[in-house]
Design a protein around this ligand. Structure first.
Ligand code: FE2
Length: 259
C-alpha cells in the first residue's frame, strides 16, 4: 500500500517529535503492509511555515535513516496545505510542496466554516493544471451536514481522501456512516492514514482497506490505497473507470431557513 497523507517527518509540525518516533512509525507502517509514504507536514504561513525546500531536506535525512535502519519504506515529499491567501502564490512560485513534486496537491479546508472565496480558489488551482485532493472532508462540518456539497466538488474535478480512522470508527459512528455513504456514491479516491505518531493517530491502513473492501469490494479498495496513490507518485491522472459519482440527494434545508 502507499500512504499519501502521513505526518512522518520529525519536528516539523504536530507529527512525531523525534527521529526515534518517526522510525517507530515507519516500522509500524511496514508491518501493516505500507511500502511507500508521502510525507505531508502541515503548511500554514503562520503556524507551520514548512516550504518545499525544507521538506525536501527533511525527507532526504529520513530516507538515509531508514536505509541505515534497514527499514524497507520508501518516502517521498509532499505537504498538507492550508487554505490561505499565500496558497496560490506559493504554488505558482514553486515555494510550496506538491505531492512528490508533481501536479497533485493535498489541500486541507477549515473544519468548521467554509470561507466565502473557497470555490474561486479551487477553480483557480484547477485552472493552473493542479490536481487537488481534499484531505479528510468527512471531518468538515459543512460536508457532514450536506455531503452532496462534496459531489459538486468532485464533479468540478477535485479528488477526495478519507482517513482510515474515520472509516474504522475511532472518530465516532457518524463518520463511519458518512464514509460508507461517500464510498457507495463513488466520492472517495484515496484512503490514507493521516498518521501523526507511534502511540496515537498511527500509520495503519490495512484494516481500513479491508473495511472499504467490505463496502465497495476488494478491487476498488485496492485502487484507493495502491493504484490511485501510485498514479499520484507518477504525476499521472487517475483511472476513473466505473467510478463516476453516483448522485446524492441534496439535503433539504429546514423550513426556518426560508424565513
Ligand atoms: Fe494531516
Amino acid at each position: 500500500m502507499i500512504d499519501i497523507h502521513c505526518h512522518l517527518l520529525p519536528g516539523l509540525d504536530d507529527g512525531p517529535r523525534t527521529m526515534d518516533e518517526a522510525m517507530a512509525m515507519a516500522r509500524m507502517a511496514v508491518a501493516d503492509g505500507i511500502r511507500e509514504v508521502v510525507c505531508t507536514p502541515h503548511w500554514h504561513p503562520m503556524l507551520c511555515p514548512n516550504e518545499g525546500a525544507e521538506i525536501a531536506v527533511a525527507v532526504a535525512v529520513l530516507r538515509e535513516r531508514l536505509q541505515v535502519g534497514s527499514i524497507p519504506l520508501q518516502v517521498w515529499g509532499g505537504s498538507e496545505l492550508s487554505l490561505d491567501m499565500d496558497l496560490e502564490p506559493g504554488l505558482k512560485e514553486g515555494r510550496l510542496a506538491t505531492l512528490n513534486d508533481g501536479p497533485w496537491v493535498l489541500l486541507e479546508l477549515p473544519v468548521l466554516f467554509l470561507p466565502r472565496d473557497t470555490e474561486r480558489t479551487l477553480t483557480s488551482l484547477l485552472a493552473q493544471g493542479l490536481r487537488v485532493i481534499l484531505a479528510h472532508p468527512e471531518r468538515y462540518a459543512y460536508v457532514r451536514s450536506d455531503p452532496s456539497r462534496l459531489q459538486g466538488w468532485v464533479e468540478m474535478g477535485l479528488f477526495v481522501q478519507i482517513t482510515a480512522a474515520s472509516l474504522l470508527g475511532s472518530l465516532g459512528p457518524e463518520l463511519v456512516s458518512l464514509c460508507r455513504v461517500l464510498l457507495e456514491h463513488h466520492l472517495v479516491h484515496f484512503v490514507a492514514t493521516d498518521a501523526h505518531g507511534a502511540s496515537s493517530r498511527r500509520p495503519l491502513l490495512s484494516a481500513a482497506r479491508d473495511a472499504a473492501a467490505g463496502i465497495v469490494g476488494p478491487q476498488t479498495a485496492a485502487r484507493l490505497v495502491e493504484d490511485n496513490p501510485r498514479a499520484v507518485l507518477a504525476g499521472a491522472p487517475l483511472c476513473l473507470e466505473s467510478w463516476a459519482p453516483v448522485p446524492l440527494p441534496h439535503k433539504k434545508r429546514p423550513w426556518f431557513v426560508f424565513w
